[in-house]
Design a protein around this ligand. Sequence first.
Ligand SMILES: Nc1nc2c(ncn2[C@@H]2O[C@H](COP(=O)(O)OP(=O)(O)OP(=O)(O)O)[C@@H](O)[C@H]2O)c(=O)[nH]1
Length: 446
Amino acid sequence: METRAFTPPAGFVDLLLDAVCVVDAEGRFLFVSAACERIFGYRPEEMVGTLMIDMVAPEDRERTLDAARKIMAGDCKPNFENCYLRKDGSRVHILWSARWSQPNQVRIAVAHDITERKRAEALQAALYAISEAVHTAGDLCSLYPQIHCIINNLLPAPGFTIALFDATHEHLDFPYHVPGLDDASAASAAAHHALCEHVSRTGQPLLLKRASPAGLPDSLRDAAEQVAPCWLGLPLASGNGVIGALVVMEMSDSPCYTERDQELLQFVSTQIATAIERKRLHSQLRHMAQHDALTGLPNRMLLLDRLDTALARARRDIHGFSLLYVDLDKFKPINDLHGHETGDKLLQEVARRISHCVRDSDTVARLGGDEFVVLLDRACLMGDAEVVAEKISAELCSAICVRDLQLFITPSIGIAVYPEHGDTPQQLLRYADDAMYQMKKSQRTH
Ligand SMILES: Nc1nc2c(ncn2[C@@H]2O[C@H](COP(=O)(O)OP(=O)(O)OP(=O)(O)O)[C@@H](O)[C@H]2O)c(=O)[nH]1
């Protein structure tokens, strides 16, 4: 069968989904195919004559010029990736296949739009990074900046806020807020707050561009005028409902966030909400394991931990410390006479008063029942510890009011000083306990 030679008609290249670009040695577009309009947002006649490098995202320009030089030196570049700025300011990721035509002195390149693939990869990387961050971050405070960094890799977020409902769900707290550039005024902070509140209460995302406060209740239209030119808020929704909001802000409205960005962040924010909840639960469990439920004071476990730290530091710095073992005298009759609930209130007040007598760097712990231990950081002389013990004693001896009752108690306090009275936590605690017992005995006989 005879085969006929076929010459493609002019415009054939315009049927391609990928764009074909021809640039001269200076990097000026000489020809671009019709697909350029879909990929770059410019009509071919708008591109021809302009410099290719002006359309490249600033951070990729040097790499791109370097690749162009290599192509012109005869190096075939079938897989070069870079990022271009579309006419509307958004970014498009391109996979290039290019070569230099020596006879024509032009670079011929085919551009394949890989933005969707890049997006999927970035999303996957973000989700992975979020679950990693939950494991590596020590607490919620260190998790938030990590989340900000992860989001910044997905889309520009110079302004970033995490707002969370408090325990009663009545107020929003702002545990992490980076305002971005020009967002310093009190009015804009209040507007930002009101919009976060709106997103958290409605559970609906909100994308505000300068010109589009449509769909907002009248009460929030003014607020929308005062926040960053491009403001995107997403509800932080987990299996337990909406726990707050996440907001990203751009300070210039070109390029602005798109509905696609909203979709992307909505997906990520669900993972973030779950991550925050998991971290919160973890912190709560740790707090519960280390604190006494009635008074909120550190328990024996945390006290022993702090004692280990104090010992290690004291050995290194040659700084001593001391322990006060505090036990209430005749607490049992208060319980028996007025009930357990009254006894509980009294213990809470005792905890408050003891804590009030010492520095923040000291530790007040409840070992159980009516026994408390105070670790006095750097109080290495018996005299210093005695002064604090007297202060605590005076505080506890003044009447404690529980409902309409006036209760009176006295404490017995034993003191142990490091290193005179022991050089392990157990030895020091035993010494202070014995000293407390001696004091109690002597008070009974008087
Ligand atoms: N209300 C209340 N009472 C508690 C709690 N834990 C322990 N107790 C009670 O505290 C009392 C402590 O016992 P003791 O230290 O022997 O009583 P005490 O009368 O102070 O004895 P002395 O220290 O020898 O004066 C007991 O009656 C316990 O039941 C608590 O969480 N709440």
